[in-house]
Design a protein around this ligand. Structure first.
Ligand SMILES: *Cc1c(COP(=O)(O)O)cnc(C)c1O
Length: 387
């Protein structure tokens, strides 16, 4: 297996910060006991979890008591959406979401549709953004829950969560936000932001895989029914023995992220500017999403007359994503890009570059040169495909 690669796929997952690895190692060695156990070792393990809850709570400006540990954003999305929709079904059966949400959100809504809920699927504008007025117009008397993501994982498009959340509050609609691509990367203050439920996962911000959290606001009517059943942990909202080591890792990753959010954002802005400067004058290259308003860690581009899978091979050893990483086996053009109005062919040619803390200027400049050469080669190989 080749170990030489240049990694530009930070939106899919990030390497674990070495300080987080060390923290988890210590916790696995000394804090391995079941945190539910009432002995010294159990208390030690519990203390690690409590510290992590405080670290994550500080990052989001919430009370640690309002955080539920889960196995990641997939589970948090499932619990937040299905759990709240079921808890509030007396309020109404109508739900609202966006066509460009992550599968961990869209597939929960499809399941709820089969169970008798009615879902309005909103289409964003061509730049990927949802106009808050469009959102407001979709709400009805019986709308009880909406789910709108913060930063899109394929395009980096950011939604106006503040405006959407305010509209939800006016209409007594709960708002769930999939913030897997936002937490630890952009400042989120949940005292100021009108959000009721928020999903996150540690491995998108230099923490371990398999651990995440769901924030549940302490407001009347904001509650979730469990989707898992078992022990009495976490007030039965999400039972199961807590992985104290993973949680400690998430906590430290959150603390590190909080201390560097501005520096990280400045770094990513610089990298994306350089990357885009290196490819923007290539014939027939288009940005998917919007550079000005998007999260700077992601640049998603399509190119006329090239095919994404061939491009991916040409770009090796760069690790980038084509279409959606989660769907790349399906060869289907990305449903996210289709929803922005891209043709099948353009959607299929999409490459997502996503940068992170360790990314260097040299890496993105080399990536831009390799991308330009790869497009040239593929167009020379298959000129017949040119329109
Ligand atoms: C990564 C991601 C998820 C899923 O997170 P897991 O940790 O794999 O469960 C959900 N939503 C978005 C937007 C993501 O980027």
């Amino acid at each position: 297996m080749a170990t030489d690669f240049i990694y530009l796929d930070y939106a899919a997952s990030t390497p674990v910060d070495p300080r987080v690895v060390e923290c988890m190692r210590e916790c696995s060695e000394f804090g391995f006991a079941n945190p539910s156990s009432n002995h010294v070792a159990g208390r030690l393990s519990r203390a690690n979890i409590e510290r992590a809850a405080e670290q994550l709570a500080a990052l989001l400006n919430v009370d640690p008591a309002n955080l539920i540990w889960t196995s990641g954003a997939t589970e948090s999305d499932n619990l937040g959406i299905a759990g709240a929709a079921r808890f509030r079904s007396h309020r109404g059966k109508h739900l609202v979401t966006l066509l460009t949400e992550h599968k961990a959100v869209t597939d929960v809504f499809r399941m709820l549709e089969k169970q008798g809920f009615e879902v309005t699927w909103l289409k964003p504008a061509e730049d990927g953004r949802l106009d808050p007025a469009t959102f407001a117009a979709a709400l009805r008397e019986d709308t009880q829950l909406a789910s709108i993501m913060y930063v899109n994982n394929e395009t980096g498009v950011m939604q106006d969560i503040e405006a959407i959340g305010s509209i939800c509050r006016e209409h007594d609609v709960l708002l769930h936000v999939d913030a897997a691509q936002a937490v630890g990367k952009i400042a989120i203050d949940l005292q100021a932001l009108p959000v009721d439920l928020l999903s996150l996962t540690a491995h998108k911000f230099y923490g371990p895989k398999g651990i995440g959290a769901l924030y549940i606001a302490d407001r009347p009517g904001c509650h979730v029914e469990p989707i898992l059943f078992g022990g009495g942990q976490q007030r039965r909202i999400r039972p199961g023995t807590l992985p104290a080591d993973l949680i400690a890792g998430l906590g430290l990753a959150a603390e590190i992220a909080q201390s560097r959010i501005d520096a990280d954002l400045g770094h990513l802005n610089n990298l994306r500017r350089r990357l885009w400067a290196g490819i923007q004058d290539i014939d027939g290259v288009l940005v998917n999403g919007d550079i000005e308003s998007g999260f700077p860690g992601i640049l998603n581009v399509s190119a006329l007359d090239v095919e994404g899978e061939s491009l991916l091979l040409e770009l090796e050893p760069f690790c980038v994503a084509t279409g959606s990483a989660c769907n790349s086996k399906s060869q289907e053009p990305s449903y996210v890009l289709r929803a922005l109005g891209r043709s099948d062919l353009l959607a299929q040619s999409a490459i997502r570059f996503s940068m992170g803390r360790p990314t260097t200027e040299d890496e993105v400049e080399l990536a831009a040169r390799r991308y330009r050469e790869a497009i040239g080669r593929l167009r020379d190989l298959a000129p017949a495909a040119a329109s």
